[in-house]
Write a protein that binds this ligand. Structure first.
Ligand code: GLP
Length: 269
């Protein structure tokens, strides 16, 4: 696990995009896992800009959605299929057949979830999973108390999430009560995980996830076990961290390890 603290939202998104771009440059068939919400929007905007201005090619990239509301058709303005299409896919040259969504109206829920997991395996697993975080520490729609080894499945939304979403819908009976989400076990199998958080309202969840015990009560705390999980957060989201200055110091000095060794070797020659 690595903690990367950036000045503000913009610097945070730049850092996430730098890591994605770096991985993309290394090889073919980059497999992304992508989150919705307001936090990753800056990342998608920057990737679109890289595509337009620096010819970043997405034709070999594969993308999997992290979650979806159950009961919404793909073309509903609040569905995550619609969100990904509007905010990212329609602006880049990703191939239709390389986009994988969890669907709001599957014919059979269990089969759909099982096939989604199989598809992730078939393409060789997710290289980079982008995550946001809920104020209660949830990742995807894995609310507190979700099994830390869960797989893609149906979940019942918490009353807080239902209430928070209410204003996005015209009719009471449209408000989703259930969702599909990659499980915590599924997320943990990604080769690299970039969890993004911005703003004071995320600071308690961030502090508990990074410095608290690993517990199903704070699902993001499981990332402490992942060797390539990076919390990329802004100053406000980092404001409650007890070891904030240490994380900053480590980050600023990590590229200097090679210099340090080179100097030592010279002295011992
Ligand atoms: C929802 C999504 C999560 C997202 C979270 C935070 O619960 N299922 O994937 O991380 O909201 O969203 P935001 O980035 O808008 O704060």
């Amino acid at each position: 696990m690595e903690v990367i603290i950036k000045k503000d939202y913009s610097d945070m998104c730049d850092e996430a995009v730098r890591l994605i771009h770096q991985t993309w440059q290394k090889g073919e068939n980059l497999v992304l896992g992508l989150a919705t919400g307001k936090t990753p929007l800056g990342v998608y905007d920057r990737l679109i800009r890289l595509h337009r201005e620096q010819q970043m090619d997405f034709s070999d990239v594969l993308a999997f959605s992290l979650d979806e509301y159950l009961g919404l058709p793909d073309n509903h303005s609040q569905s995550f299929v619609f969100y990904m299409q509007q905010n990212f896919y329609q602006h880049i040259n990703i191939k239709e057949e390389n986009i994988f969504h969890l669907r709001g109206l599957p014919d059979h829920i269990e089969t759909h979830c099982r096939e989604y997991e199989t598809k992730i395996q078939e393409v060789g697993g997710i290289d980079i999973q982008i995550l946001g975080i809920g104020e209660n520490g949830h990742i995807g729609f894995n609310e507190p108390s979700s099994s830390l080894s869960s797989r893609t499945r149906v979940k019942t939304l918490t009353q807080e999430t239902i209430a928070a979403n209410a204003h996005f819908f015209h009719h009471q009976d449209e408000i989703p009560r259930y969702c599909l989400t990659m499980g915590i076990g599924t997320i943990m199998e990604s080769r690299m995980i970039l969890l993004l958080a911005s703003g004071e309202e995320k600071s308690a969840a961030i502090q508990q996830s990074i410095e608290g015990p690993i517990t199903a009560s704070v699902p993001a705390s499981i990332l402490q076990l992942h060797p390539q999980a990076k919390f990329i957060i802004d100053e406000e989201a980092a404001s409650k961290l007890a070891r904030k200055s240490y994380y900053k110091w480590v980050y600023e000095h990590k590229d200097k390890v090679d210099d340090f060794l080179a100097k030592k070797r010279k002295r011992t020659d």
